[in-house]
Design a protein around this ligand. Structure first.
Ligand SMILES: Cc1cc2nc3c(=O)[nH]c(=O)nc-3n(C[C@H](O)[C@H](O)[C@H](O)COP(=O)(O)O)c2cc1C
Length: 323
């Protein structure tokens, strides 16, 4: 498939996830075949201010391509300025607009999913950004604000008319956050009403789920978020399954530990050991939630105060599993 002029090899994408889809995690997923990876959402105002923290979110390596940088904001001028800055300084393959974040800090300023309640402003943002760059601009939306305001298809048609190159649909309302299952019928409805590529997202935990989403919605690509945490192999297994290969729904405990160790080594190339040791802690519940003795190893890892000790704990857990 193509998004604008960008050719995409595998239609299985990594979702943007704030606090998780950093440089190292994106590389980990890319190595397993993820077709497109995204940065987490980055504030357009922060980009314009040139804040150092914000710049760190925007940095990527060529091996991550094709990559989308996702931005959020409520001001069409700032969004366009931020997009232009990103294009000139980082040259990503895709610029993605966040119209889906349900977090209050973001919606109370009129950004993220609250733009579903102000479609003229959403359209104006898309129009301004598209005018300011040559990079394909995509958008990610939720199904609506709440169950009585389901707006995905209406928003999709408006965004298509503005020139958005593809759309990701996460079919939950902003107010339901994660409390209800994703309603894939909304992806199917959007797909039947627009011509641009539609990327389906929500509740893909296994290769079989991805196959079902393609079949039930007709979407052009699928996007995996939480299902990739602790399980980057889901990309390889899904691609193989979609090509007609064997269904491998799970990842072995030893593989999980090996991925975790590799993840640490990728993070270590980019940060100080002490930072890596701290930031890895949030990933352990994803790597080790279903393993034998999971809570024991997690407790040890979370308590570990240095990276060498962390690596030793992981290696000894591997030995334990082998015996
Ligand atoms: C911890 C976390 C952070 C997220 N951050 C973002 C974000 O920065 N931008 C965005 O568009 N969606 C974000 N999302 C939503 C995901 O991209 C995705 O739409 C959602 O998790 C549903 O997909 P899944 O069921 O495969 O996880 C986030 C989700 C999680 C769990």
């Amino acid at each position: 498939m193509n998004i604008g002029n960008v050719k995409i090899e595998f239609p299985v994408f990594l979702a943007p996830m704030a606090g998780y889809t950093d440089h190292a995690f994106r590389i980990l997923c890319k190595e397993q075949g993820a077709g497109v990876v995204y940065t987490e959402f980055v504030s357009s105002e922060g980009i314009i201010r040139g804040s150092e923290k914000t710049q760190n979110y925007l940095t990527f390596d060529d091996i991550e391509r094709p990559i989308g940088i996702q931005i959020f904001g409520h001001n069409p001028k700032s969004m366009a300025e931020a997009a232009k800055y990103i294009e000139e300084n980082y040259k990503p393959d895709i610029i993605d607009l966040n119209f889906g974040c349900p977090v209050k800090k973001v919606t109370k300023k009129g950004a993220g999913s609250s733009l579903l309640r102000n479609l003229p402003l959403m359209a104006e943002i898309a129009r301004n950004v598209i005018k300011s760059v040559n990079t394909p601009v995509t958008a990610k939306i939720r199904s609506g604000w709440n169950n009585s305001e389901i707006l995905a298809t209406k928003a999709a048609k408006i965004l298509e008319a503005e020139g958005v190159a593809a759309l990701t649909i996460h079919p939950r309302t902003a107010s339901s956050r994660y409390n209800q299952p994703a309603n894939w019928n909304i992806i199917a409805d959007v797909k039947s009403k627009v011509k641009i590529p539609v990327i389906g997202n929500g509740d893909i935990k296994t290769p079989e789920d991805a196959g079902k989403m393609f079949k039930e919605t007709g979407c052009d690509a699928v996007m995996i978020g939480r299902g990739a945490l602790g399980n980057p192999l889901i990309f390889r297994n899904t691609i193989d399954y979609l090509k007609g290969g064997k269904l491998i729904p799970t990842i072995s405990p030893i593989s999980k530990i090996n991925f975790c160790l590799h993840h640490i080594s990728l993070e270590s190339k980019m940060r100080e050991d002490v930072t890596v040791n701290k930031l890895m802690k949030k990933y352990y519940r994803w790597y080790f939630r279903e393993l034998p003795n999971a809570s024991e190893i997690r407790t040890k890892l979370v308590k570990s105060t240095n990276l060498n000790e962390t690596i030793k704990i992981l290696e000894s857990f591997k030995t334990y599993l082998f015996n």
